[in-house]
Design a protein. Sequence first.
Lengths: 120, 135, 292
Amino acid sequence: MPEAASIYKVDKVLLVAIRDNITDTDIINLQEDLSERIVSEKARGVVIDIAALEIVDTFVGRILAQLSAISRLLAAETYIVGMRPAVAMTLVELGMDLPGSKTALSLSHALRALKAKGLA
Amino acid sequence: MSGPPAEPAARVELRQERDVAAARLAVSRVMDAMGARALRKTRFVTAVSEIARNALDHGGGGVIEVWRLDRPARIMIRCRDEGPGIADIDQAMTDGFSTARSMGKGLGGARRLVEAFRIDSRPGVGTTVEMEARP
Amino acid sequence: MTAAMTEVSRLLQEDFEEVVDAWFATQKREGVRRPDLFSDRESRRQLSDLLRAFADTLGRIDLSQSVDVDAEEWSDLRLALSEITLVRAERGVAPWEMTTFVLALKQPVFGKLNERLRDTPDRLLQEAADFGRIVDAFAMHINEHFIAERDEIIERQRAEMMELSTPVVQLWERVLTIPLIGTLDSMRAQEVMENLLNAIVEHQAEVVIVDITGVRVVDTQVAQHLLRTAAAVRLMGAEAIISGISPKIAQTMVELGVDVGEVTTRPSIRAALAEAFRRVGFAITRVEDTRA
């Protein structure tokens, strides 16, 4: 089984691209990998690209919220980017509007925001 | 619950976690074949994900069957498990109720995402959920 | 192929034009001819096509089985049918008219059958019963097909109207607005949200102004729809500003206990636009004051 996500480092930012139709274990593993990478690479920003995700259910939604919270604790500002309209509408319907997570339209929007704050 | 007439278009056994992903994919493909709109597909497949995970986590596994129904065109799934059952369905359907890790938005959320939702659960026998939506 | 329907098949071959005429006449008598939709000539042509497909189908089906109009043998007839139903559904013909239209075929065929099989009542009864069974199944099918067709048209018209009633307008680079007018029920709220989110992607918009100046009533449900729209906009990575909140609506919302949380609100679309410009990094300045 391929990795649930690829993590790249660009300057001080970790870019995470999540693959479609991941299993629960995959995304829990991603949570661990990402936390370790933030510390080892001294990242100040994290961008999680979920454009490939056709489905974000309550479980994945909760992990996304946790990823943001963990990164914040590790002093890396985190953006969730590329959410599809249908996914956004479904999440709101599920009552999961990820209040603690920052969002941006796309990777470049998030990078611009991080640069403006001197984090990228 | 009375059975639909034809053979299911897809059938997925839920034994391990990756079967939940397989169930999502199977339903997604059937809806693609029906020419489903993106929003309707996302809503329905998300609901399937919730109940499939529920059957695995609480029901100890089960099976999902998928049908294409006509007049009007719609998709229907049935998810059965032979787990301990849900003692209080009304409570389980309320947001915030959870006996495990799903944070308790799953069942109630799934019901809001589909056009028809039926649940039949008996303690000691198991739980059956049926859901329908237009493509 | 059973022998039971041979006479009906034969009479449909030999007396084809007569049956069409009689069918046509019965339809006229029953008031389902619809001269407002089709000329006599066009109507007759439709009936001929339909009857020919029907006669061909009779030769293919097995009468010892139950009649299944969805089966392969019926495909020609279903095709001939779809042309007729589509036009009628589009022009608002009622389902009962469609059913009567088909059932009107019974009378002329029964009449002809009676002439031909007068001396063998057993066969007459058998063929009439079989033919009746098939026409009934056909009428049932046409009815279902017709209703499905009509539902589709209604759905399409509803979608078109929704689109018309919820236009998303680009005000400036990266700034959109959606002026809401009238009532905001659940169905419309979902439509609004979908249009808006798709437009955000299309225009790569960062700020969207949801203007409710034209919304008559803001109750708890409408407020929930607005807040959910704002929440979905934020998940996409854009920001929503709700504008057009009159003093009266503000009072009502507080009385209802609606908490807008982090969502930005402005009394007018003008104030919202100024805020939107600020966020995307533009400013409106007066070029020169000529009124001095």
